[in-house]
Write a protein that binds this ligand. Sequence first.
Ligand code: NAP
Ligand code: GLV
Length: 310
Amino acid sequence: MRILLHRADGKTEPWIKDFAKYLPEAEIEIWHAGEKNQACDYAVVWAPPEAMLPELSTVKAIFVTGAGVDALLKFSDALPPNIPIIRLEDAGMAVQMAEYVTHSVLRYFRRFDEYEAQARAGQWAPLPQHNKEDFAVGVLGMGVLGTRVLEALAPFGFPLRGWSRTEKNMPGVQCFSGADGLDTFLRGSRVLVCMLPLTPDTSNIMDRTNMSKLPAGAYIINVARGAHIAEPDLSTLIKSGHIAAATLDVFRNEPLPAQHPFWQEPRITITPHISALTLRRESVQQIAANIRKTEAGEQVAGIVDRTLGY
Ligand code: NAP
Ligand code: GLV
């Protein structure tokens, strides 16, 4: 069996070693632009270059080394139509998301962001505590990662809300769904956490209209994709005070350009797309297990529905 691997960072050796360990029957072929590759059974990619698309049309399945598949689906009609695209489900990302989001929510609830600023200014000034009842956390997206985040927040006693496309029932979480449920969901979410896939339906979901529906003094945590936020609208709402602060891990242009106004906004905390990193060993183990299942004609989890975009 032969696997075609593309890594934009060129660091292929550790992947080859892990595949040798967890799928020793596979030979790994590294994709290089302009070179003729041998025919392969499977492809493993994250954000493949357009020039790789012809080789993706002859494999049995395309594995994406991430939870989101927007960097592949952006090729839309140029992608081979009937080949399954299989994403990572959790593979060590869910606990990382739980750590990141829990940290961010507690940082705002306990006003640690303000104490950090005070400490830098040499100020000793206890601030009034926020009320937990007024600090509902709303998670956009109740999938593999959003659900794990809600579970992690549960022991702290915040009112919890979740929004998804299809109806859900999660104990301890007020669940909303579909376009009809969004308005009520937003109006009651003091902290808005975005954990949605980027699709035509979710692009720009955090625009001025929707962010204005959040309670005054709301917080935004975006760990999904930069294009979920209308960035100038966020700047405007932060300046007006309607949004108290935001923690952003993802941006429309990554790395965030040096001249981007977010760098100058002290109420925006920036991290470089690290909220849930792809863990190589866990990813290779999951892909290897799914290849074995595919070879045995069994059903695998993580197949992307191209019409939904996730
Ligand atoms: P997932 O399991 O597919 O869950 C997606 C959730 O979003 C589902 O609950 C789905 O609803 C909901 N959803 C999708 N479209 C919707 C719509 N139009 N309206 C309402 N809800 C909608 O995905 P996941 O594994 O949790 O990953 C989520 C995203 O996190 C990824 O797509 C990726 O963009 C992002 N991510 C970011 C990082 C990072 O480091 N920053 C790392 C990993 C992942 P249903 O349940 O009804 O289908
Ligand atoms: C990372 O952003 C992912 O989608 O896995």
